[in-house]
Design a binder for this molecule. Structure first.
Ligand code: ZN
Ligand code: FE
Length: 255
């Protein structure tokens, strides 16, 4: 196990993640909704912090950044495109860039659509991707800054990852996403099985993330806008994939 990953609930329904590379003991955090729970976890685990990885500029992902930076001295990594609206970056990143956490290589994916300049952190060797508000468990982020074609392009990037890649997203929205997914595909057996598992986890206060890319491809309606049966279910049999994605996103916004 090259990476140890700890999920930290923050604010009302955000998740931050601590990542420790076990060969070297280097530690990163993905997103800083608030500093307190992250500092608490570092203290409990007796881990230092070396890297702060920021996915996008929204307040619920950077609210505790300055406090965490000042307290730990960790270096801040974020998107070059977002550098004008993020706190000062030590490393500015664009798609295709890589950096290392200890011995593990992290690849940067541009996953814009929710915001322009939203990035995901992909640790290929560990089969883990940190996707925040782009791809979520059974859902995706609202398309605030990009357009539907851009966000569909982001879904295609996630679909291209190996099925066993685990997706660590930024919020616990899965139950409401599940209810919506059923309105699109009421007869999807994999979806029904997954929802039973989600209900079980939430009843026991267990996070529903991460989930695998394979699971998302089988059950997440936003990943399935290119399937003829899904197009037919939204009465868009002849439409292109991005338009079908857009229709599903519009329905979710109204849900
Ligand atoms: Zn966001
Ligand atoms: Fe968010």
């Amino acid at each position: 196990m090259p990476l140890q990953i700890i999920t930290i609930p923050c604010l009302a329904d955000n998740y931050a993640y601590l990542i420790r590379e076990t060969d070297t003991g280097q530690v990163a955090v993905v997103d800083v909704p608030e500093a307190g729970p992250i500092l608490g976890a570092l203290n409990d685990l007796d881990w230092p912090l070396h890297q702060i990885l920021i996915t996008h500029h929204h307040y619920d992902h950077i609210g505790g950044l300055e406090e965490l930076r000042t307290t730990t001295g960790a270096k801040v990594y974020g998107a070059t495109v977002d550098s004008h609206r993020l706190p000062k970056l030590d490393e500015a990143l664009t798609e295709g860039d890589t950096f290392k956490l200890g011995n593990e290589v992290c690849d940067i994916m541009d996953v814009s659509g929710h915001t322009i300049g939203h990035i995901a952190f992909l640790f290929k060797n560990a089969n883990a991707v940190f996707s925040a508000d782009s791809l979520m468990a059974l859902g995706c982020g609202r398309v605030f800054e990009g357009d539907f074609a851009m966000m569909w392009g982001t879904m295609l990037k996630f679909k291209a990852l190996p099925d066993d890649t685990l997706v660590y997203s930024g919020h616990e929205y899965t139950m409401s996403n599940a209810k919506f997914a059923l309105t699109i595909e009421p007869d999807n057996a994999d979806l029904k099985t997954r929802i039973a598992d989600i209900e079980d986890k939430r009843a026991n206060n267990i996070p529903t993330v991460p989930a695998s890319i394979g699971m998302e491809k089988a059950t997440n309606p936003f990943m399935r806008a290119d399937l003829p049966k899904v197009k037919a279910l939204v009465d868009m049999a002849e439409a292109n994939d991005a338009a079908v994605f857009g229709e599903i996103r519009i329905r979710k916004d109204r849900f």
